[in-house]
Structure formats: C-alpha cells, structure tokens
Design a protein around this ligand. Sequence first.
Ligand code: NAD
Ligand code: TYD
Length: 337
Amino acid sequence: MRKLFVTGGAGFIGSAFVRLLLDELPACEIVNFDALTYAGNPDNLAGLDPARHRFVRGDICDRAAVLGALEADTDALFNFAAESHVDRSIHSADEFLRTNVLGTQVLLDAARSLGARRFVQVSTDEVMGSLPERDDAFFTEDSPFAPNSPYSASKAAAEHLVRAAHHTHGVDAVVTRCGNNYGPRQFPEKFLPLMLANAMNDEPIPVYGDGQNVRDWIYVEDHCRAILLAAERGRAGAVYNVGARNERRNLEVAESVLDALGKPRSLLRFVKDRPGHDRRYAIDPGLAERELGWRPRETWQSGLKKTIEWYAANGEWLARARGGAYREFYERQYGEN
Ligand code: NAD
Ligand code: TYD
C-alpha cells in the first residue's frame, strides 16, 4: 500500500489529483491536508472512498499539525497548497508569503525529518515571467526566473527552497511547472469559471486590457497525470514544464465560451488592465514528453466541452462557491469598472 500525503487537496487541482490517485492507484492511501481557506471546498471531496482517503484540516505553516498528520513511511508528499490568485496577491501579498514560502519550508523540513521518500512541488510557468509575443519563444526548464506578480514571486521563492533542500539536505524533490488549468471545480474567481458563471447568468464578462494576453491552457486531469508521472519517473532535483501546446488569447477564449453557451458577444466588457499583467505564457513540454512519457489526452475542444458540461450540471456547487468570500472579492476587484 503506497502512502501519499497531499496538501491543498480540497482546492481545484488538488481535488482532481486526489480523484486521479484513487482511480488509478488502487493500492494507495491518501492523507489530504488542507486549511480550507476561501478556495478550499469540502464539496470538492464529495463521494471519495473513506477507506483510502482521509481528510485532515490543517495549515501547512503549522509545524506541529504537519508533523502530526504526516506518517513516518510516506512514499510521496505532493504540495498543492497555496494562495493561487494573482489579483489577490496584488491587493495584498502577506498570505502568499506565509503559505507559499514559509509553508513550503515547513513541509520540506517535515518531509526530511520523517523520511518521506519523495517531495513533489506543484509550481507554475509564471515563475518565468512574461514571454515576447513572437511565436517561436517558449518557456523551457532553463528559462530564467523572472516573476512579475507577488503570487509568482512567492512560487519562485518556494521553488528555490525546494532546490535548496535537495542540494543541501538531499531531499528527493521534483518540481512541475504548469500553465493555466481549466476544468471542473475551479474557484470562480479565475478567468475561465468566472466567464462561464457570468455568461450562464447573462452577466458581463470582464476582459482585462486589450484582451490580447496569451495563456497556455491545459485540462486539469492532464496536468494531474503529469504530476503523477513526475513522482513516479522524474529525476530527483529535476524541474518539468507541463503544457498542452494550447496558446490562446484571452479574447479568443472568452468568445469560445460565449459561442459554446450560445450567448451574445455583447456580454464582453473591456475593463482596466491588471497592473503588471504578463503578456504571454507558452510552454515547451518537450522534457516531460521525453523523460516522463507524458502526453495530454484532451484537446482544447474536448476539455472545454467537458468543463462547460460540468458547470452546467453543477449549479449548486457554483452558487455556493459564488457566495460570501467570492462576492466580497468580486466587489473589490470589479466594483470600479
Ligand atoms: P486553489 O486556490 O483552488 O486551491 C488551493 C488549496 O490550498 C485550497 O484548498 C486551500 O484551502 C489550500 N490552502 C491554502 N493555504 C493553505 C495553507 N496555509 N495550508 C493548507 N492548505 C492551504 O489552487 P489551485 O488552482 O488548485 O492550485 C493548486 C496549486 O497548483 C498551487 O500551488 C498553484 O500555485 C499551482 N498551479 C495552479 C495553476 C492553475 O492554473 N490553477 C497552474 C499552475 C500551478
Ligand atoms: P487568471 O485565471 O487569473 O490566471 P493567471 O493570471 O494566473 O494567468 O487569468 C487568466 C487570464 O485572464 C489573465 O491574462 C488575466 C485575464 N483575466 C481577465 O481578462 N479578466 C478577469 O476577470 C480575470 C480574472 C482574468
């Protein structure tokens, strides 16, 4: 029986990863450690097998809580827990430094002291900053760090700590850096579910700046498969970029969503740009393809279709996620526009 420790497993990607583990690794037991911040959602864990999945509410910055929950012979620790929204990090960076930086170090220390066999840090392409609009420029594992938002700076700092723990203390660590995920159960402050939710309710869709920023979109399950392969086949100390070769301009993404829902383009609203808005992300996933044997299974069309169907079928989930903390943030972020 493999023992796995997942942090942030009540969030969007972490909960998809836990589902993937339970589906694909019959002989595994998972401890899912999550603080249930505004982005953590117990609804995301509905229906999981209690015999193989144990939820523990706890903060990764709380050393005693982490040491209490992490079992001594854990095979792999996957760190998904993070503050993850760029716009929130622009309002205030404090929680980003606490969770993303200090929390990662607490986990590295705990993994080392309890002898966890492998540490997987779930990072982001955003640590490499913004690419020029040329279509022959891509992020590789050798691209320099150039984070531009407090969010990406905190994720870059976390990567440095993982690297240092590997180099200095011999922690067996692997880092994955992925682009923009989409799929079921994404908190609706992020662009794709925000558009879906607004359009389904005939509310305007806020598009920052000129809408020409480019993101490299990947279906969440494809990302999760890459993380699992990195844990199973990745070289200790290595970084793997994960992307589905699916660059899209924001405006094109917004139009696809409106078209798929049969909603008019008149719902688009150009609003004030995000300060420091990265222009383009584009990932060269060649190393993950060669060394991990990873390939995405979904196309943009199939992934978007699945995503839209999930949100359409899960109106209650969406209505609950769009309550309290979400509304407060929405007013602050979009109120002036
Ligand atoms: P999310 O915001 O949906 O979920 C984050 C989860 O972490 C939540 O369940 C939250 O409760 C938990 N958490 C936050 N602070 C915590 C703390 N101090 N202790 C314990 N748990 C805490 O985020 P997501 O989109 O699922 O992203 C997961 C990870 O993947 C993050 O590390 C993020 O940086 C990374 N990532 C995300 C994307 C993306 O497109 N969403 C792309 C690349 C990398
Ligand atoms: P987001 O989902 O916040 O992810 P990230 O900033 O990590 O890439 O945003 C995706 C893109 O969509 C990004 O270029 C910013 C843009 N965007 C909007 O145009 N309007 C919005 O309301 C939001 C949230 C994002």
